[in-house]
Design a protein around this ligand. Structure first.
Ligand code: GDP
Length: 467
């Protein structure tokens, strides 16, 4: 099966390259990040700003006036849910704007651009159509790649060890310690364990932990309640008898990897050309050192999915195809005055460098950036007891409008990430906790997309070279 999968994929990708090179090129842009990182807002604002390009000066083709038109089209993949752009944009641009519903599963959108070629070709060639296929998928699903290399016994040992150190897992660990894996399998017990394990992962995520597998336990989609999602790590028993709880847990884990994890990598991940990884670095910094360490581990795991040769099964599937560019974007930069943006970028660079050292992924070109896909604030400098504070002003979810000072980020990222970090618990401790902004009410002029910070630079890095 695996080899056949790889071969048919190979034939298909050759097919699309041939037609792509001579007719209408297709760029498959993957958008990922852990839940609440900002994927939905990013895609909505990117598409709106590509449809109306007045705010995209850093996207060369837009600045040069070479994008003649941009329009949405039915995507080529008939069985993948469509990214619900119109509903999300309507939420963000309503008279009383709301944040859209977040990503729960994979979805896709095709934006087509009529582009006049650059430079000398402009005189010879007419405009051509470039399709941007945007694929939105939860970053949690990438963390599951590791499961393909682990047997149930290995994964369970690792997961239990990780849970041991997390207070959020106390209730689950109490259950797991009592379990006898040799006992006869009973569905209600499996259900109880799986529910308790999922509840722990959920709380751990809310408390800022990133490394929470299996990824589908957080975002089950239509698989919720199926046997392949009703398992949990339990301590290894002596006997591992037929018909025992352990044996059934093992079987379900294998079903999860074969029927859920592999199809995602085969059908979606393996076809991506360019990738943006959105990271709520500010959230993790605010949550404290444990959450930041965890984010760092998750980044390493996410990056390793892009490393050629990382996994034998995936390498066969990819047949040498690789993601050409990866952008790591720290999101929600509108929480900070722009004077602090370079510091946020440096922190992002340090996180990526760290992950790169451990999971070298030759080939892909990478960059780090601080962005806000939808700018919800304006800047304001206040005088506070003789000290001048660089604030941002915005509307909170409860409707109050005020200026906030989130606290300062360190100049040197090592003061947050290095071995000798000082006061790491207290970075971004000032107003950050209450800065739950709602999107700003927009009065857009014709041709204007929603306001953003560096969305155009992100677009230039990701696909500007292909326009
Ligand atoms: P997803 O789970 O990755 O799809 O995350 P969303 O795109 O739904 O974003 C999660 C939340 O983060 C939103 O509901 C907003 O509260 C916040 N958010 C996302 N992007 C921005 C941004 O550019 N600026 C601000 N201020 N908040 C953002």
């Amino acid at each position: 099966g695996d080899i056949a999968d790889g071969l048919s994929r190979g034939v298909e990708s050759i097919g699309s390259t041939v037609s792509g090179a001579f007719f209408e090129p297709v760029i498959r842009l993957g958008v990922t990040g852990l839940s609440r990182a900002g994927k939905t807002v990013f895609i909505t604002s990117l598409v709106a700003n590509l449809l109306d390009r007045a705010r995209m000066p850093q996207l060369a083709a837009a600045a040069e006036g070479r994008i003649l038109t941009a329009y949405l089209q039915p995507q080529p993949d008939d069985t993948v849910p469509r990214f619900d752009f119109e509903t999300h944009l309507a939420a963000l641009t309503a008279p009383q704007p709301r944040w859209p519903e977040s990503t729960r599963a994979v979805s896709q959108l095709r934006l087509s651009l009529r582009v006049r070629p650059a430079g000398l070709l402009a005189g010879i060639q007419g405009p051509r159509t470039v399709h941007l296929d945007i694929v939105d998928y939860p970053g949690e699903w990438l963390l599951d790649l590791e499961l393909l290399d682990l047997s149930y016994a290995d994964w369970a040992a690792k997961a239990l060890q990780r849970a041991e150190g997390r207070s959020q897992a106390a209730a689950y660990m109490a259950l797991a310690r009592e379990v006898d894996g040799d006992a006869k399998f009973e569905e209600p017990q499996a259900r109880t364990l799986a529910d308790a394990y999922a509840a722990y992962l959920q709380t751990a995520r809310e408390d800022g932990y990133s490394d929470c597998t299996p990824g589908r336990f957080l975002l089950p989609g239509e698989m919720a309640g199926s046997p392949a999602l009703t398992f949990a790590p339990i301590p290894k028993p002596q006997g591992r008898k037929r018909g025992s709880l352990w044996r059934e847990m093992e079987r379900r884990y294998d079903a999860y990897t074969a029927r859920i994890v592999k199809p995602f990598f085969r059908d979606h991940f393996s076809r991506i050309d360019r990738q943006i990884v959105l990271v709520d670095a500010l959230g993790a910094i605010h949550a404290g050192p444990a959450a930041l360490d965890d984010l760092r581990r998750a980044m390493t795991d996410i990056l390793s999915a892009f490393r050629p040769g990382r996994n034998a099964w995936l390498s066969r599937l990819l047949l040498g195809k690789r993601v050409e560019k990866i952008l790591f974007a720290a999101t929600k930069a509108d929480h900070l005055h722009h004077l602090q943006h370079p510091r946020l970028t440096h922190i992002m660079e340090a996180l990526v460098r760290d992950a790169k050292d451990r999971a070298d992924f030759a080939g892909a070109q990478t960059e780090s950036m601080a962005i806000a896909a939808l700018r919800a604030t304006v800047e304001e400098t206040l005088n506070h007891g003789g000290r001048s504070l660089d604030c941002v002003r915005g509307t909170l979810l409860d409707g109050r409008q005020a200026a906030f000072y989130p606290g300062d980020l360190p100049e040197d990222p090592q003061r947050l990430l290095g071995p000798a970090r000082e006061g790491a618990e207290t970075w971004l401790d000032e107003d950050y906790a209450i800065m739950n902004f709602s999107p700003a009410a927009l009065r857009l002029k014709p041709g204007e997309g929603p306001p953003h910070i560096r969305l155009d630079r992100a677009a230039q890095f990701l696909f500007g070279d292909r326009l």
